[in-house]
Design a protein around this ligand. Structure first.
Ligand code: SD4
Length: 317
């Protein structure tokens, strides 16, 4: 059995190629890193890698992680500035015994010492978004934190190995130095090849309160199906946050078990994700929650066209 699941429609092109690698018997490590790299390199995805949106100071600070489900080794970097592929740095770090989570200047220095090259990650388009948001936030009092998507990819290869990787520019207009869940093991990602893997996207501050990805994997280990584990974790976290904290941000997750069965859950109106397994042909699904359960269906052509137009639409300044 092989399989791959990823957050958001933006993962489609990367998953298309990476799923073919898994089908051909290649390892989950290279498939997952390649899938995330494709998203990082595409300049029109404004929440991951090159073209990602900046902090309130105008710098692009990137977070990424990689976890190997066989050994439980992981590498994660936070607030990385001007290095092309944060996921590759995270992967390289996962091969080290110590220093598994590096942030800021230290992360950059380590990446450079390993031969990763410097690259200006702020694009003209991201700068336009930034200027527009600065104005809107002043004029209309919009929350600076709206509009953000993290890519999280889980892979299962034919040898039974699993891995997971994340990459994000974090919340738009975040404070310098702020970390969300994406580079935090157990919150933004977790993977154990004996059980399965999970990855999250949404408001990191809230996802971290539930150690969301670990909790999903733990429930799968106790016998829940991926869908039950995903739905129960998202629903319970949202309920708890509403009753104890007074509000809950966006919470969306995908997961897969070692049999290649998958699950997805969300508390937002439209959460898209991409899946391909030996049994499930490559599909982009659109998920929504109706009464404590997440329902999903394949997106149609109209949805795909609207998406393509939206991500490339000129930014009205
Ligand atoms: C963060 N969880 O930095 C990330 C952002 C994200 O969908 O996933 N947005 O909090």
């Amino acid at each position: 059995m092989w399989g791959m699941i990823a957050t958001w429609r933006m993962a489609l092109e990367g998953v298309t190629e990476a799923a073919a690698e898994l089908k051909a018997g290649k390892s989950t490590a290279s498939a997952v890193v390649n899938a995330v790299t494709a998203v990082e390199d595409f300049p029109f995805y404004k929440s991951v890698g090159f073209g990602g949106l900046p902090t309130e100071n105008g710098d692009v600070e990137l977070d990424a992680a990689y976890m190997d489900g066989d050994t439980l080794a992981f590498g994660a970097i936070g607030n990385l500035i001007d290095i092309a592929n944060p996921v590759k740095v995270a992967y390289a770090l996962s091969r080290q015994r110590y220093n598994s989570l590096l942030v800021g200047q230290g992360a950059r220095e380590w990446a450079l010492s390993q031969g990763f090259s410097s690259k200006e990650m702020l694009t003209e388009r991201a700068l336009q978004h930034y200027r527009k948001r600065c104005r809107e936030t002043l004029d209309k009092g919009l929350s600076p934190y709206d509009g953000h998507d993290t890519v999280g990819v889980i892979g299962l290869d034919k040898h039974g190995s699993m891995s997971v990787a994340t990459s994000t520019s974090g919340l738009f207009m975040k404070k310098r130095g702020r970390l969300g869940d994406s580079p935090i093991i157990g919150s933004g990602f977790y993977c154990d090849s004996e059980t399965g893997a999970a990855t999250a996207t949404g408001v990191g501050e809230d996802l971290m309160k539930g150690c969301t990805s670990y909790e999903i994997v733990r429930r799968m280990a106790q016998g829940m199906s991926p869908q039950q584990a995903a739905d129960s974790v998202v629903c319970e976290l949202e309920d708890k946050l509403m009753s104890r904290f007074g509000r809950a941000g966006d919470l969306s997750v995908v997961c897969m078990n070692r049999q290649g069965e998958f699950g997805a859950a969300t508390n937002i109106k439209t959460f898209s994700f991409v899946v391909a397994t030996e049994k499930q042909p490559l599909t982009v699904f659109r998920a929504e929650r109706i009464r404590e359960k997440t329902h999903y269906q394949p997106v149609d052509d109209e949805w795909m066209q609207a998406y393509a137009a939206r991500i490339r639409a000129p930014i009205e300044e």
